[in-house]
Design a protein around this ligand. Sequence first.
Ligand code: HEM
Ligand code: HEM
Length: 244
Amino acid sequence: MPQLKARDGGAGASARVGAFTLLAHVLAVAAVALVLLWCIHFRGGLALRSHDKQLIFNAHPVLMLLGLVVVAAEAILCYRSLPWATPQLVSRDARKKAHLALHAVGLALGGLGIYAVFKFHVEAGIPNLYSLHSWIGVTTISLYALHWLTAFVTFFFPGASPATRRSAVPWHALLGLLVFALAVGNAQLGFLEKLTFLQAPPVRLAKYGAEALLVNFTALVVLLLGVAVVVATANVDSTRYTAM
Ligand code: HEM
Ligand code: HEM
């Protein structure tokens, strides 16, 4: 069985979880602001339909980051939320519904982001699915959709037996975090790939210029967001280790 537990344990763990949850919320807002600043201010804006095909591409990083990383992170943190959101204030049932709904929104935004980049490739005459980023990307969104469907059927409707749910939940949490980590890792590949294109001819973006630094810094914020979500969610179980 995986050692991740879906519930928090102990006052120390609570404080750690609270701090990392708060950090994740701040990094999530920063990631959205930075990717919008890049795509709107430096890259000219976003569109799903335009004569300027680059604007259609620009919708891709914004939608992917918003859906599979930022909204997904907020969905995962639903059960932790903020340190002062006590069980009396927000019921478990409400958290479960918010978790499910936010993941659905994340998936829809991610789906739209994939549509945008395929549309860009087709309209600009660029081949599809030639890069590591694109292969991991298709795998990630497919696993995300599959994970959502499996969880919906197991925990919501029609719902498995209490015993099955109990044994499935740690696997659900572990596999959910892995899919999330794949999305964060693939966003890193995406930023790197796009920056490499922009630094090559004809654009030849300056290596130490403001835009290059912004793209690298955005990717760093996304990476730290991923770390904060994993640390806030994964419980450290000291009873697991026997050799010290
Ligand atoms: C792609 C979609 C999803 C992902 C990535 C995901 C991920 C996660 C993660 C990482 C946790 C652990 C949270 C924590 O320990 O604080 C979790 C918990 C849970 N999720 Fe999901 N989830 C998804 C969809 C769903 C859906 C559709 C349901 C249906 C109701 C669901 C039900 C639950 C339940 C019941 C828990 C246990 C919470 C607890 O008891 O503490 N999840 N999920
Ligand atoms: C986080 C989740 C992401 C997923 C799941 C994802 C998925 C994909 C997929 C499936 C393609 C292939 C489209 C095709 O072949 O027609 C693609 C292309 C592309 N994506 Fe992403 N993407 C993500 C984030 C990003 C980000 C943040 C950037 C940053 C700029 C980015 C940049 C690119 C670039 C430059 C391409 C075109 C070149 C290529 O096909 O590799 N992606 N993406």
